[in-house]
Design a protein around this ligand. Structure first.
Ligand code: NAP
Length: 295
């Protein structure tokens, strides 16, 4: 089996994903391959070309079209990497559909859920089985992804759930949004909140199944919180940007986790922010995000 390594990031033609690819390309070796993936052929090719031209780039950068809102292409790419490279060493599920403040959350729900949650589920289902020993599979979530952000009656839907159960709950939440009953069921209006909790729950579900084997061979599956990042996606939501990190700075802690020689067992399956675990039961319900919304 090849000793060269392969890394892949979804939604990587701009924002945090692009910075993750640039960092991987700089920190991996010449014989390694870094796959910059995204949904639009032109944007993916242009971003890959820019990174290839950077004097910091060492590894080979390959541009690949990958729309994560459908599981089939994700599964096909995982299978291709299994055949070509014996699997993948670093996989980062990062893609997100942009939310606009002046459009109702309900009108944006389908695409948002398809990309953020469908995408994370597809990556977990297809890439966890092809992760090479010692590999890393990270899902970019957020500090909102802890259970305490949800009303108490909804928490059991995610706590200790299997991946099938998380998917079922996500579809129930989607149906409730469509039928206009999500508020009375207690779902927060702001899509990012249940979505991030579901991403973290999905990672926990897959990690729970694989924990024994993964800890033995130094493989890490985790969700990560990058902190506040100045990107086109987040800009419309915040008045004060003085505390936001550049994508390059935010990428550093994620890449430290992805490329560390040793996977720390205490981080396995957890939501990790700057190298520390954010407790699953932490967080408080807040109406803060609701204030950002159009009615
Ligand atoms: N920014 C923050 O402050 C912050 C904070 C916490 C967590 N995060 C998380 O960090 C991650 C990256 O966010 P960001 O701020 O960098 O967002 P961004 O700048 O909007 O980048 C999102 C990327 O996802 C891609 N994408 C959209 N739909 C896709 C699809 N169907 N298939 C594949 N790729 C798709 C976009 O492609 P196009 O260019 O074609 O649209 C873009 O490349 C997200 O998971 C986000 O929730 C961000």
């Amino acid at each position: 089996m090849s000793t060269s390594r392969t890394a892949l990031v979804t939604g990587a033609n701009q924002g945090l994903g692009r910075a993750l690819i640039a960092g991987l390309a700089a920190r991996m070796r010449e014989e390694d391959t870094v796959l910059l993936t995204g949904r639009d052929p032109g944007r993916v090719a242009a971003a890959a070309e820019e990174i290839r031209r950077s004097s910091d780039t060492v590894a080979r950068v390959e541009a690949r079209v990958l729309d994560v809102s459908r599981p089939e292409p994700v599964a096909a790419l995982a299978e291709e990497l299994r055949q070509r490279h014996g699997g993948a060493d670093v996989v980062i599920s990062n893609a997100v559909a942009r939310l606009l403040p002046d459009v109702s959350q309900a009108a944006q729900a389908d695409e948002f859920i398809d990309v953020a949650n469908g995408g994370a589920h597809a990556v977990l289902r297809s890439f966890a089985p092809v992760l090479r020993p010692g590999g890393r599979l990270l899902v970019v979530a957020s500090s909102l992804g802890t259970l305490g952000h949800l009303p108490e009656q909804l928490r059991p839907l995610f706590d200790g759930a299997t991946l099938d159960q998380v998917e079922y709950t996500v579809e129930s939440w989607r149906s409730a949004i469509r039928s206009g009953t999500s508020r009375e069921a207690g779902w927060p209006v702001w899509l990012n909140l249940p979505s991030k909790i579901a991403q973290v729950a999905a990672v926990r579900a897959v990690a729970a199944e694989r924990r024994g084997c993964d800890l033995v061979d130094g493989t890490l599956i985790a969700s990560v919180c990058p902190g506040m990042v100045d990107t086109a996606a987040s800009r419309p939501w915040f008045g004060d940007y003085s505390a936001a990190q550049s994508p390059e700075l935010a990428a550093k802690a994620v890449l430290d986790l992805a490329l560390a020689d040793v996977a720390v067992p205490a981080l396995y399956g957890e939501l990790v922010r700057f190298g520390e675990v954010l407790p699953w039961y932490g967080g408080t319900q807040s109406t803060e995000q609701e204030g950002l919304l159009v009615p």
